[in-house]
Design a protein around this ligand. Sequence first.
Ligand SMILES: [Fe+2]
Length: 322
Amino acid sequence: MSADICFAHLSDWHATSLAGGGAALFRGKRISGWASWGLSRRRHHDPRILAAAFRDVHAQGVDRILVTGDLTHVSLESEFLAAVRQLEALGDPERVFLIPGNHDCYVPASAASSWDHWADYLVGDPFSTFDDELAACLSAPAPAGVAPRHEDYPTLRLSGRLATIGLCSSIPTPIFRAGGRLGPEQLDRLERLLALLAARGMCRVVMIHHPVAAKGEPARRALSDGDDLRAVLARVGAELVVHGHKHRRRINRVPGPVADVPIIGVPSSSEVGSRPDKHAQYHVYRVRGAGLSGPDRFELSAEIRGYDASQGEFRRVDEPLL
Ligand SMILES: [Fe+2]
């Protein structure tokens, strides 16, 4: 019997400022993002709420922290640098595992001025720690300080019987579009990885920025190869898929080979809350490795932590998640 593992899931905190962004704001699609930030978004995301979320995460004593992207608005280098300081306040790179969101590749930008600033948080475990079978499911490692690119995903981190798999659905898109794409190479590696990890009795948690369920997302904001991802999950399964992007809680299930796969979307962890379903929240999951066989070999439980504006702190929300 293995020990419990506890992890938090946060996303879409968008708690950076575009003030002083200068000429870089007038590059392509950034103009619309800057207008959106000035007119509304800057009032919806509050760094003080994010700081309260971090305090609460630390108080929960979680083992791992998963972050599913959209830390920036329009991918300015100054935003990536501000988000580094936020990530450092959340935890060290060994505990915090990050994937990028669509706002983190808002326009095509050099990796050196964008994702590479987050490299330590984006990379998987050191490649040398993987055996040959695992290594065959993953891309060759990048040099230190270089972040994985879209074509390098999935990324993988192992912690006891917990296997956390990072996907990258985020690609630059035209104005007024915010969709995503995985691509056939990433899907092929994912399928082989999920099958191998299942055979080894690991609890497989998949991180993706975009929603996975077939319904509820207009094409301009959806995963274009979502059918292919759902087909992979139907063939090889996963114990849990977590995502962001919606800034709302989303609870879905898609068919797996033995049991349905829970697909859980988390709200933003910094949102002031213009509507009741958009208050800042994050999720805490606990995995109990029961040592059983079959689809019940892991017991997964979850708790919703939501921002209470009257107290300036996060509290338990007594609503079901799984
Ligand atoms: Fe997003």
